[in-house]
Design a binder for this molecule. Structure first.
Ligand SMILES: [Zn+2]
Length: 483
């Protein structure tokens, strides 16, 4: 049984004020229900007005998703009776959405975009003393009520939970490039996921935050719906809630049908005409999007497609970091490979984002310069990256303060002699023809000098030392001259 999935993605747009009133959208530090006015509280007689910036964001998002933007925008009232909507209706778009009929290329295929429309965010509910189905009571905060949302609805083209996550990763990257949302704000993208098995009823899992959560919830639903089908129970059309702690979904309510919402045109808002010239102007000011950026990096910096993809997909911050580092260092190939391997791995290990770390292009390229100048070995650089990422301290200063520069040849020879003296057995093995003993000795020396030598050079020096000691051992008349 094939699973069929589609997503409804709600994105809080990055605007100064709410969709229909002048209240701000920055809710940090505001007490409950402080950030409200008669319009976003839905008082009778209050007159909403459309936020131009929100429409601009929505148009850009629609065009980035290859949708047709319709020349007229109308709003509708979607009636439902739930405490998060003080008016008992939500102002949204229904029969004529802002844009329709687009797609997002994904991994060689494409996911169809049914529609993109604007609507207002409802209030936030706080369930006290339990979860959504078990709370003792529920508090309502209308601060969020009226924050502009764009809803992006996909076609049921998604064939696996993993693909759903990849779609969301790519979509959010595009939104980040457009400056349309704030990736740092919690809950700024919320997803309703629709899923059915071929021939079965569709189930909607509501209000998922976090793309991993979407993947987990869909995986659970596939198992649940398949098990039901296997024992001959029909899946019902309904809305379900996902509990991340138990990794299960539970029934919230029977799925509403469109006629349940009693849509009517919003009489308090006039229709907005989207002049095609204006849409064209907005399109012209759209920034470079991720797919185009991946191609440009390959062409402009001559780096492999894989590395370009990893850098761009890591977010806007990482792309900018890479370009600035290239400008400062001048060897994009080296910058790319150190970024993709050592830097990103260390950030990951420390659980840091690039923006949340002290890593800067100016200090990052110091590390590469230290290798170029022959001050440190690549191996030591890989060790240094860890300390650098953790502290942001200049690699040059780290090397100086710890005396970590490459050893002089004489110093190296002394270290090698000491290791050979301690490992007579390996020396004898090597001299009797077991080449692999050399690798063992190399490892011992590198450990002793703490990677303060280039492995190839050190290896040659060890060989030299061994070969000359071999000559000495081989001489029959005691110590040969020079031994
Ligand atoms: Zn307001």
């Amino acid at each position: 049984m094939k699973a069929i999935m589609g997503l409804e993605v709600h994105v809080q747009l990055r605007t100064e004020s709410k969709l229909f009133c002048g209240c701000g959208t920055d809710l940090d530090g505001r007490g409950p229900n402080e950030n409200t006015c008669p319009i976003c509280l839905g008082f009778p007689g209050s007159k909403p007005k459309v936020n131009r910036r929100a429409v601009e964001h929505a148009v850009k998002i629609a065009r980035a998703l290859n949708c047709t933007v319709w020349p007229e925008v109308r709003f509708s009232r979607k009636s439902y009776f739930y405490p998060d909507m003080p008016k008992n209706f939500q102002i949204t778009q229904y029969d004529v959405p802002l844009a329709e009929g687009g797609y997002l290329p994904l991994d060689g295929g494409r996911i169809g975009i049914t529609r993109v429309h604007l609507e207002e965010d409802p209030a936030k509910l706080a369930h006290v003393g339990g979860g959504i189905t078990s709370a003792l009571y529920t508090l309502i905060d209308y601060n969020r009520s009226g924050v502009p949302l764009v809803e992006i609805v996909t076609e049921p083209d998604i064939t696996s939970p993993k693909e759903a996550r990849l779609f969301l990763d790519k979509l959010s990257l595009i939104l980040e490039h457009l400056g349309a949302y704030d990736p740092g704000r919690e809950g700024s993208i919320r997803v309703d996921a629709n899923i059915s098995l071929e021939g079965g009823q569709r189930v909607e899992v509501k209000n998922l935050t976090g793309f991993r959560t979407v993947e987990d919830a869909l995986n659970y639903e596939i198992v649940r719906q398949r098990s039901m089908a296997n024992i001959g129970i029909a899946v019902e059309r309904e809305t379900r809630h996902y509990d991340a702690e138990t990794n299960t979904t539970s029934s919230l309510r029977g799925k509403e049908y469109e006629e349940d919402y009693g849509y009517i045109v919003e009489p308090d808002l006039v229709k907005i005409e989207l002049d095609q010239k204006w849409v064209g102007r907005l399109e012209a000011e759209m920034p470079e999007l991720p797919d185009a950026r991946i191609e440009r990096f390959i062409e402009e910096y001559g780096i492999p497609r894989f590395q370009s993809g990893v850098i761009v997909n890591a977010g806007l911050e990482m792309s900018r970091f890479f370009e600035e580092s290239c400008r400062l260092h001048g060897d994009p190939g080296e910058v790319a490979s150190w970024t993709v391997t050592s830097l990103m791995k260390s950030l990951n290990f420390e659980g840091l984002s690039l923006a949340g770390s002290e890593v800067r292009p100016e200090t990052f390229v110091e590390l590469l310069e230290l290798i170029d100048e022959g001050v440190i070995s690549e191996r030591l650089a890989k060790e240094l990256v860890k300390d650098y990422v953790g502290t942001g301290e200049s690699p040059r200063r780290l090397v100086e303060s710890r005396g970590l520069g490459l050893m002089e040849r004489e110093e190296l020879r002394n270290a090698i002699d000491a290791v050979l003296a301690e490992n007579q057995r390996a020396v004898a093995d090597y001299l009797s023809g077991r080449e692999r003993a050399l690798d063992f000795l190399l490892g011992q020396v590198l450990r002793r000098i703490q990677a303060r030598g280039r492995p190839l050079e050190v290896k040659n020096l060890i060989k030299e030392a061994l070969d000359s000691s071999g000559k000495c051992l081989g001489s029959s008349a005691g110590r040969a001259p020079g031994c």
